[in-house]
Design a binder for this molecule. Structure first.
Ligand code: PLP
Length: 365
């Protein structure tokens, strides 16, 4: 039996998303064309825009489609390149690596943003600043205090960008208060290739790429209609997801894993977390060994760290939380809309086999 517990990397396409994408492929019009085929493509685009706007609780004209979360993050940070930038230490690389001039806001051992540090950084600044803090962390699932970030920023005349790629469809509403919000279709049950930057109507944003006037002039280029249609359909379904099952299976999984390895550490355990995410580090088994052992047993999990190049780096999130010694050991199990209780029971059994096998080999050596 193959088990997929890497939904924070990408989640399964929902049936409605697949259907919407296939219909859009068959349309073959360009949404910018004035003829009938173009108008039909535009109708699909408009519908998806309204669906994504509904998820974000904004107006349709505040949704700017991009190729994904990475591009939306880049657009937000580069379009306001002249503003001093503050970013949290636990951001996704598509925020952390965009501007070399960014000042890092630390997080505490609980994985939550240090609000006092943010206030200090904001205080006394004469020019408006841009603050970028994610709504929930992709490795630990720790939910960030966006409401406080927004009110501190407002007090100091700063603007807020929030990467809500992992939070959208799982938690509302604080991230919806940010001035700029990043979303990604394939994390919601769409397909890869579409995301959005929500640009609230009081914000004036100039495109960072040259080209046509698509997306209200903020993001040129022909829209990826099939991926956008899938994004809209998935967003529409995700707003009604019931995460109660996922939450209880994640908690049971965590309980079983800690019972098998009592000295393992769950990162962010004491904080409010997304219901679907579990980041756990075994003190003596590195993440690479763990991910490979899970894989051999037919269970897909990932290293806590981003491993876009296929090789596992130390988790900058674990380091930011002060867990330097565990930064190469953290693995992430992330559940999704298609996860079943059996998947979680299987993952718990595999973890138990891995850790007991490891301890036995060590005792024998
Ligand atoms: N932001 C966060 C928090 C993410 O987890 C990811 C992907 O893992 C991204 C941004 C990038 O999104 P995309 O894969 O759509 O470029």
């Amino acid at each position: 039996m193959n088990v997929y517990l890497d939904h924070n990397a990408t989640t399964h396409a929902r049936a409605c998303a697949r259907e919407a994408a296939l219909k859009a492929i068959d349309l073959s019009g360009n949404a910018s064309s004035v003829h009938d085929a173009g108008r039909r493509a535009k109708a699909v685009l408009d519908r998806a825009r309204a669906q994504v706007a509904n998820l974000a609780d904004v107006g349709s004209r505040e949704v700017v489609f991009t190729s994904g979360g990475t591009e939306a993050n880049n657009l937000a940070l580069k379009a306001f390149g002249a503003m001093p930038l503050l970013v949290s230490a636990i951001e996704h690389p598509s925020v952390l690596n965009v501007r070399k001039d960014a000042t890092i806001i630390p997080v505490g051992p609980d994985g939550c943003l240090n609000l006092d540090a943010l206030e200090q950084l904001l205080t006394g600044n004469e020019v408006p600043m841009l603050v970028s803090v994610m709504a929930a962390n992709n490795e630990t699932g720790v939910i960030q205090p966006i409401e406080d970030v927004v009110s501190l920023a407002r007090k100091h005349g700063a603007m807020v960008h929030s990467d809500a790629v992992q939070a959208a469809g799982k938690i509302g509403s604080a991230w919806q208060q940010a001035d700029l919000v990043t979303l990604s279709g394939h994390k919601l049950g769409g397909i890869q290739g579409a995301g959005a930057l929500i640009v609230r109507k009081h914000i004036s944003l100039k495109a960072v790429m040259g080209g046509g006037g698509q997306e209200l002039g903020m993001r040129p280029g022909t829209e990826a209609l099939p991926a956008i249609a899938a994004f809209g359909a998935a967003a529409n379904e995700a707003v009604n997801d019931d995460l109660a099952g996922v939450a209880s299976w994640r908690d049971a999984l965590e309980h079983e894993m800690l019972a098998a390895a009592p000295d393992a550490v769950v990162l962010g355990r004491e904080s409010e977390r997304l219901a679907n995410t579990l980041c756990i580090a075994h003190p003596r088994i590195d993440a690479e060994t763990m991910v490979m052992s899970f894989d051999l047993a037919g269970v897909a999990v990932s290293a806590g760290s981003a491993c876009s190049s296929g090789k596992m780096a130390a988790s900058h999130v674990a380091v930011a939380m002060g867990h330097d010694g565990l930064a190469r050991n953290a693995v992430r199990l992330s559940l999704g809309w298609s996860t079943t209780q059996e998947d979680c029971l299987r993952a718990a059994a595999v973890w138990k086999d891995i850790v007991t096998g490891f301890e036995e080999r060590h005792r024998a050596a």
